[in-house]
Design a protein around this ligand. Structure first.
Ligand SMILES: Nc1ncnc2c1ncn2[C@@H]1O[C@H](COP(=O)(O)OP(=O)(O)O)[C@@H](O)[C@H]1O
Ligand SMILES: [Mg+2]
Length: 158
């Protein structure tokens, strides 16, 4: 099921992400898509707030991958892996980060520019699509749990 939301501030986007995060469990993957500036990193920050791990969240644009230590609902330590694939040139680069180990492990994985994953995109993932609204601070955000393989992307399979 897909849900559609409109937010009018960065805080509202973070609040939406915090309530979305209530349904996340270990092993879940969140694939975020949307143009630069639509709020992907703010949404990630909201998810991390829900896991008490938001202090250091920033866009990992220059390092591709960040890891934050948070807590699950039973207060057990949990890692959140945050990827920003904007500058990634090949799927091999992502594979070499150990993507499959952490994305299929006991963690929560949050991926900006997930369309870059190609054949590495897990078949079960939450898809979050963000776009600009009509007003300056308005964003449209759709959220959907997808459980099928990604469509093939030319030149991106390994
Ligand atoms: N409704 C909104 N939701 C999220 N961010 C917003 C909103 N309105 C304005 N902004 C601003 O848009 C920018 C979003 O930045 P960021 O989350 O880094 O985007 P992305 O990661 O998609 O490039 C921030 O400067 C934020 O303050
Ligand atoms: Mg970002």
């Amino acid at each position: 099921m897909r849900t559609e939301h409109t937010t009018s501030s960065e805080e509202a986007t973070r609040a939406l992400a915090r309530s979305f995060a209530l349904q996340l469990n270990r092993g879940d993957v969140v694939a975020l898509q949307g143009e630069l500036g639509t709020g992907k990193t703010r949404f990630v920050k909201g998810i991390c707030e829900a896991f008490e791990a938001s202090r250091h969240v920033s866009s990992p644009s220059f390092v591709i991958l960040n890891r934050y230590e948070g807590r699950d609902r039973s207060h057990r330590p949990l890692y959140l892996y945050h990827l920003d694939l904007y500058r990634v040139k090949s799927v091999e680069e992502i594979y070499d980060l150990g993507f499959e180990e952490f994305a299929y492990g006991d963690n929560v994985t949050l991926i900006e520019w997930s369309e870059q994953l190609g054949g590495l995109l897990p078949s079960r993932r939450f898809e979050v699509q963000l776009s600009y609204g009509d007003a300056e601070d308005q964003r449209r955000i759709s959220i959907e749990l997808v459980e099928s393989p990604a469509p093939p992307v030319e030149g991106k399979s390994i």
